[in-house]
Design a protein around this ligand. Structure first.
Ligand SMILES: Nc1nc2c(ncn2[C@@H]2O[C@H](COP(=O)(O)OP(=O)(O)O)[C@@H](O)[C@H]2O)c(=O)[nH]1
Ligand SMILES: [Mg+2]
Length: 376
């Protein structure tokens, strides 16, 4: 099979796998996560517009206010390269970590990834398996802000949670805002932090029998974490080329220029060289781990949903118990009040009786005195 480096990875597969994948086309899902304003939505649009000729950016028509991603948004785009129909799904997520309390900020992301595995698993256990919808996330791009420092505790925690269930690919956003020297040092610190905190990231296989491919793969691995520039605008370079990029007084930061950033390397990894490896590792490693954890020996799905129900039930029971206790305590208090009031009422009545008889006695006394006076 002739190797065409411009074609997507699937065209480069051994015939057997090639047949399996191309029969019904393939679905490939990329998810972007990271803090709000990191450049995720811009990157998604840049990736789609530079990959799919006919792609129309739907977010451009929205105004600036509604532009902010507020919920998990799945963008679907079909593309066809060398007769391989690929359904590309991009999952855009709202920025996390915007709140004062960021505890468990990663939970909705983990729920989404697990949820897709579970949906696939449930379909797989049905007798009708012809039209399985596959929403499993094959690659999760983690956007790191170009702070120049290192990973923040929230990044570390989130990346640890994600890396154990999905192919995690760290990305440095807005590479045009950092000097090449600082960028190199930043990359090194991030790689060190990833190692120090045992964060599992996607390791693309490097070896290839095709000449030149191993070297290219190695260059790609060395570039990790990928530094990207995103732009929705076409700008003109000083030498007159129209490119996707960001215009500055000193010139243009070009998205697809390898001397400016790693955008092309990352796109190549995702769409061309390692798409199939991302799909198979998702299936064999991450989905398999989910599956073995969530299918019981008798073939029932256990785990996430059941576990969530159980947790919810526990909370509900605890709440109910607490409520009953509170009602009981209040009732006892009311009974005490009532007793006290009754006692007080009785006491007052007695006092009243006492006063009353005192008055009667006095009145009698007055009457007797009056009688005595009258007699005199
Ligand atoms: N300098 C620079 N700015 C960027 C880049 N990508 C996005 N931006 C800007 O950063 C802001 C937030 O981008 P957006 O894609 O909405 O971020 P999101 O919240 O992560 O989806 C916008 O003003 C973008 O124009 C980049 O590569 N370089
Ligand atoms: Mg966004």
């Amino acid at each position: 099979m002739a190797t065409n480096t411009k074609s997507i990875g699937i065209a480069n597969l051994p015939n057997q796998t090639h047949k399996i994948v191309s029969r019904k086309g393939t679905t490939f899902t990329v998810m972007v996560v990271g803090e709000s304003g990191a450049g995720k939505t811009t990157y998604v649009n840049t990736l789609l517009t530079t990959t799919i000729k006919s792609y129309r950016d739907h977010s451009k028509r929205r105004d600036a206010l509604s532009r902010k991603t507020v919920s998990i948004d799945v963008i679907r785009a079909a593309f066809d390269e060398n007769n391989f129909a690929t359904q590309l799904n991009v999952v855009d997520t709202p920025g996390f970590g915007d709140y004062v309390n960021n505890r468990d900020a990663w939970q909705p992301l983990v729920d989404f990834i697990d949820g897709q595995h579970e949906m696939y698993l449930r379909q797989e256990l049905q007798p009708h398996r012809d039209d399985i919808l596959d929403g499993r996330v094959h690659a999760c791009l983690y956007f790191i802000s170009p702070s120049g420092q290192t990973l923040r505790p929230l990044d570390i925690e989130t990346m640890q949670k994600l890396g154990s269930r999905v192919n995690l690919i760290p990305v440095i956003a807005k590479a045009d805002t950092i000097t090449p020297k600082d960028l190199a040092a930043f990359k090194r610190r991030i790689r060190d932090a990833i190692n120090a905190h045992n964060i599992r990231i996607y390791a693309p296989p490097v070896e290839s029998e095709t000449e030149g491919v191993s070297e290219r793969n190695q260059a790609m691995v060395d570039a990790m974490p990928f530094a990207v520039i995103g732009s929705e605008d076409d700008v003109v370079t000083p030498d007159g080329r129209t490119v996707k990029g960001r215009q500055y007084l000193w010139g243009v930061s070009e998205v697809e220029n390898e001397a400016h950033c790693d955008f092309k390397k990352l796109r190549n990894l995702l769409i061309r060289s390692h798409m199939l490896d991302l799909i198979t590792t998702t299936e064999d490693v991450h989905y398999e781990a989910f599956r073995s954890e969530h299918v019981s020996t008798d073939g029932r799905v256990v785990g996430s949903v059941a576990r969530k129900d159980a947790k919810f039930k526990e909370e509900e029971d605890a709440l109910r118990r607490r409520f009953a206790e509170q009602v009981k305590a209040k009732e006892a208090m009311f009974r005490q009040w009532e007793q006290k009031l009754i006692g007080e009422r009785d006491k007052l009545n007695k006092d009243l009786e006492h006063e009353h008889s005192y008055i009667t006695a006095l009145t009698q006394e007055i009457k007797q005195l009056e009688d005595k006076l009258n007699k005199k």
